[in-house]
Write a protein that binds this ligand. Structure first.
Ligand code: FNR
Length: 342
């Protein structure tokens, strides 16, 4: 199976995926305050990731590149990012490191949006030389290193050994001279992982939890033998991954992604301590079914909605979301009790 064919399969199968009806975000309630004392015009959506300023907490998360036929998707996503002022991560650049003719499928993102915040993406097992090339290819502001162990294992042609990855991340974080995000790919993270990463010097994680794109489900649909459907929904939801991060947030910048459906999920992510919020599958589906203008309008309306929610909550700055009172309900309460999360 060629890498190019796999990338196209991922896009087609991700298009079929729909976000689950029950999301753990539904078990978190932000408490309504009747006297917010805020003027909507004063609310401010700007934030930053390790000193890189962002106009909005919303960013397009890593999806594609590395196949001639997906260059157009990256061009359109970059146009959306430019028009809405949001940051954009590209998909894994590994394929382009092996085939220089594929560079243009990523470089289009920087060409379309020369002043935007662009995030490079590679697997966490990549070398320092690979990282340097991936960053140069995009003049990237930030580098994402992705973790996708369950996906690799369910992929017939995927990796089978994951020995040495933590040490490799330590080397990259030490040597790369732009901020490095260690991100999951829809399986979420837990406190144990955060501590492993903090101990080797990682400062930013994207929890990328379950509830949205499910790469076990996607890879399972590409298999003909050895059914793995019982492993679907493996991992921690995004809400649980954020709860697990609460005790580490003084040492770690936490980004939220995975199954974000609307601005209330974004608000809840920010209230659980996220600094910014990534969306992948949903934006791809809107882009491919409704087009570029529709996705731009969608994100613009999300920005308006975030101003509205901030006003209702009585906050002017995104950082103040962390003080917003909230209640955790149902299954999540049991998780917090079992894991001693206050
Ligand atoms: C992805 N994702 C991804 N992540 C990554 O770090 N490198 C990659 O190359 C890809 N490729 C990719 C392709 C497609 C088609 C999709 C939909 C997703 C994972 C993505 O960045 C994100 O972590 C998960 O999809 C969870 O977010 P959503 O989709 O639930 O919003």
């Amino acid at each position: 199976m060629s890498r190019e064919k796999r990338k196209l399969d991922h896009i087609h199968l991700a298009m079929e995926e729909s976000t689950s009806v029950q999301s753990h975000f539904d078990l978190i309630r932000l408490i309504h305050l009747s006297l917010p004392e805020v003027n909507l015009a004063e609310t401010n959506l700007s934030t930053s990731i390790s000193g890189v300023p962002l106009h909005s907490p919303i960013f397009i998360n890593a999806m594609t590149g590395g196949a001639k036929s997906v260059k157009e998707i990256n061009r359109k996503l970059a146009h959306v990012a430019k028009e809405t002022g949001i940051a954009m991560a590209v998909g894994s650049q590994r394929a382009a490191l092996q085939k220089p003719e594929l560079w243009e499928t990523f470089q289009v993102v920087r060409d379309v949006n020369p002043k935007g915040v662009v995030i490079a993406n590679l697997g966490a097992d990549s070398t320092w030389d690979d990282a340097g090339q991936a960053i140069d290819m995009l003049k990237a502001d930030i580098l994402q290193l992705h973790l996708n162990v369950p996906q690799e294992l369910v992929m017939p042609e995927g990796d089978r050994s994951f020995v040495g990855i933590l040490q490799n991340i330590a080397t990259l974080v030490d040597r790369v001279n732009i901020p490095v995000i260690v991100k999951e790919t829809g399986f979420g993270m837990c406190r144990e992982t955060y501590h492993q990463l903090i101990d080797i010097g990682v400062q930013i994680v994207d929890v990328s939890g379950g509830g949205g794109t499910d790469f076990i489900a996607i890879e399972n649909k590409r298999r003909t033998q050895n059914d793995y459907s019982h492993l679907q929904a493996w991992g921690q939801s995004t809400a649980i991954s954020l709860l697990e991060s609460l005790s580490c947030q003084n040492q770690l910048t936490v980004l939220s992604s995975g199954g974000i459906r609307n601005t209330l999920d974004i608000a809840k992510s920010l209230a659980l301590g996220a600094q910014a919020v990534g969306i992948a599958g949903l934006f791809l589906r809107i882009l491919q079914t409704e087009g570029t203008t529709a996705l731009i309008q969608y994100i613009q309306s999300w920005h308006q909605q975030l101003h509205t929610i901030m006003t209702m909550l009585g906050i002017r700055e995104l950082a103040a979301f962390k003080q917003v009172p909230l209640v955790v309900q149902g299954e999540l309460t049991n998780w917090c009790k079992a894991r001693q999360i206050d």
